[in-house]
Design a protein around this ligand. Structure first.
Ligand code: GTP
Ligand code: MG
Length: 662
């Protein structure tokens, strides 16, 4: 049974049509062999070398015959120039890549990127992923320590109406204390450092395929939902969108209106925000808890909060919109069943967010679609700034609508809601402002959430829980891991295997929404306290908690079906360095081979062994990762089979794992 009904990247319908690059010359060409032997007759011709792929083009060509990049007007005749142009590789990390992957910063990088963007020269830079970046954002320690295993804050008694949203923390903030107030002794470290144990007992880590087939699995009765007691379905709702579009303000206002933030708490946020000269961020402060977030006025880590609607127990995942924190956004949004994409309607702001090269609207929309999110509420926020103009709203709907269709969102699964978080228009009740009331007849946000279709869950499959966060307590000999169950169920006393180390531990206790719980099932976000696991061992974000008889696969060589994004600045080549993201795992690696280009409509192969993959093309590729990741083929488990590739601080391709090549 699929995790979600009709979810996933639909390669047959989803993609735009594109013109496959028509290569006239089928001779082998590799950027890995810059010392290309030229034919004698070519030597007499005047050639210019492409600054991106180094192909030697004839003088008359104004764009590169191979990758389509415009001839560099400044560099002139590269053949006669003393300037050496190196082949571009996706190994010049952006500052945010360095932050998120702990890459060593280099002064060369910024310069190299500048030259890359102006197409004068491209630097091949050292991609040393094992070192730590000590930049201004040094508190962010690698993707898998983005969420460090603590849920700070406690939801107080609902009856009292007092609540604080919980935060999936990075290494900064109050990362020293776990949710139970215990001192944290071992920081969650980088997945890149995760190694497969060579202990004999752990040999199953890489060899998981010899375990039982899931067809043999029969769930116990307690694992299936108890209709009598489980009245509300859990809905994980990612709040995404461009920086400053008002995601946290909208989330904070919604929580306040629904009684999840008390008047007293709100008063404190207002007072504190005013003292810091950030009055307009008062509602956002309910979600942005760390001093750095508050000072900078941006969300850095995904904040988690809860409220109940008529139909759902809604878990809000308020994502950061700033481009430097896309890896954090990915980590949170992979858990989403549906999403609210927040758009800033103000003049210039919508345009900036929608801008392909700088804005995050497109990237976030594509990413959530690639995570299998099909249902989207588009909250067109800050309508107060544009006088609740219908024309402005319509323009945004028209422009975004076309883009969403190209991402694979079905029109019938998108709800458009004009609103103002600051002026409380159209959030939990119909609008009161006459300007909006005069033309808008649709649902308000809270109602729209209830109109979403309930997500399908894999209750009857063996347990799979990708680890989002880890906290270790040596005093208690305990490891707490949290994440969303993508399949199966959990309860105290159950033996589970933690991959990729293959260690088996016992669940001592578990919590849902920071309340202790007897059972958790597919779709639930939980924190489980494990005993019997070696604390020094590699239990860390990006790992997966599994049924001991049905461990997840662990691999570093994968075949993927991907779609290169429109924003792809330079072609993907054999050997291109990429940052691979899958559920909460991240690994550096390279595109080992582009096997074929696919027709985006039919999915049929149109070209075998192409030289490069261009923007908007679909392809089958092989990637080889520097470190193994827990992964499943998409056909076995959608949540563990969706991947994205990033480079230069941007998502360059999204796709699915079609084959695990051991
Ligand atoms: P990041 O998390 O950093 O991406 O930002 P965000 O999308 O969470 O935006 P945030 O909620 O921090 O709000 C950014 C600014 O927009 C704040 O000054 C808010 O007061 C303002 N803002 C949010 N919603 C509205 C609105 O409806 N109207 C107006 N006028 N301003 C708003
Ligand atoms: Mg925010």
């Amino acid at each position: 049974m699929p995790r979600k009904v009709n979810r996933g990247v639909d390669y047959d319908e989803a993609y735009d049509s594109y013109d496959d690059y028509d290569y006239e010359d089928d001779n082998d060409y590799s950027v890995d062999s810059p010392a290309k032997v030229e034919e004698p007759q070519q030597k007499v011709k005047k050639l210019w070398s492409c600054s991106i792929c180094t192909y030697d083009n004839e003088e008359g060509m104004s764009v590169c015959d191979i990758c389509g990049v415009i001839r560099n007007p400044v560099a002139g005749d590269f053949k006669n120039s003393n300037k050496k142009t190196a082949a571009f590789k996706f190994d010049a990390p952006s500052p945010d890549d360095m932050v998120s992957t702990r890459l060593q910063s280099s002064k060369l990088n910024t310069q190299g990127m500048f030259f890359f963007f102006v197409l004068i020269a491209v630097c091949c830079l050292d991609f040393n992923h094992s070192e730590t970046f000590h930049g201004s954002s040094g508190s962010i320690e690698g993707h898998n320590s983005l969420k460090k295993g603590i849920l700070s804050g406690q939801l107080s008694d609902e009856a009292s109406g007092s609540s604080n949203p919980l935060k999936i923390e990075g290494t900064q903030g109050n990362a020293d204390d776990d949710f139970s107030g215990q001192k944290q002794t071992a920081p969650a470290s980088n997945f890149g450092k995760m190694s497969l144990s060579d202990k004999p007992g752990n040999s199953n880590a890489l060899d998981s395929r010899k375990h039982k087939s899931t067809a043999e699995y029969h769930p116990d009765k307690w694992m299936l939902p108890d209709k009598a007691n489980d009245t509300l379905t859990q809905l994980n709702l990612a709040i995404v969108g461009h920086v400053d579009s008002g995601k946290s303000t909208l989330s904070g206002r919604l929580l306040h209106l629904l009684g999840r933030i008390t008047k007293k708490e709100m008063h404190k946020y207002e007072k504190d925000a005013k003292i810091q000269g950030k009055s307009s961020f008062a509602y956002a402060w309910a979600l942005d808890e760390s001093p750095e977030e508050r000072e900078r006025g941006i969300t850095m880590n995904v904040a988690v909060a809860y409220f109940n609607s008529k139909k759902y127990h809604v878990v809000i995942l308020d994502s950061p919109g700033h481009k430097d924190f896309v890896p954090n956004m990915i980590s949170g949004a992979t858990q989403a069943d549906a999403a609210i994409l927040v758009i800033d309607a103000s003049n210039g702001a919508f345009e900036a967010g929608f801008d392909g090269s700088k804005g995050q609207t497109r990237e976030h929309a594509l990413l959530i679609r690639s995570f299998g999110v099909e249902q989207l509420i588009v909250a067109v926020n800050k309508m107060d700034v544009v006088g609740y103009s219908k024309d402005r709203f319509d323009l945004i709907v028209t422009q975004l609508g076309t883009f969403f269709r190209s991402c694979g969102f079905k029109e019938s699964c998108i709800l458009w809601i004009p609103l103002s978080a600051v002026e409380n228009q159209n959030l939990v009740a119909a609008p009161s402002d006459a300007r909006l009331l005069s033309w808008y007849r649709g649902p308000y946000l809270f109602d729209a959430i209830d109109s979403l279709q309930p997500p399908a869950r894999d209750f009857a499959k063996p347990l799979l829980m990708p680890i989002c966060d880890v906290t270790k307590s040596s005093s208690q000999g305990q490891v707490s891991v949290c994440g969303k169950l993508v399949a199966g169920a959990l309860r105290s006393g159950l033996k589970v295997m933690v991959m990729p180390s293959g260690e088996v531990g016992t669940i001592k206790s578990l919590e849902r929404d920071s309340q202790s719980s007897a059972v958790a099932r597919a779709g639930d976000n939980v924190t489980i306290n494990l005993q019997g696991i070696d604390l020094s061992n590699n239990v860390m974000p990006g790992g997966v908690v599994c049924h001991p008889d049905y461990p997840v696969a662990v691999a570093r060589h994968l075949e993927l079906k991907v779609r290169a994004l429109e924003e792809l600045a330079v072609p993907i080549l054999n050997g291109s360095q990429v940052e691979f993201h899958i559920h909460h795992a991240q690994a550096a690696g390279k595109v080992a081979k582009i096997l074929s280009i696919l027709d985006p409509k039919s999915g049929k192969e149109t070209k075998r062994s192409p030289r490069c993959l261009l923007s908007k093309q679909s392809a089958v590729i092989e990637v080889v990762l520097n470190t193994p990741v827990c992964v499943e083929e998409y056909s076995n488990c959608r949540a563990l089979g969706r991947a994205s590739l990033r480079a230069m601080g941007r998502t360059i391709a999204i796709g699915i794992v079609t084959r695990i090549i051991q």
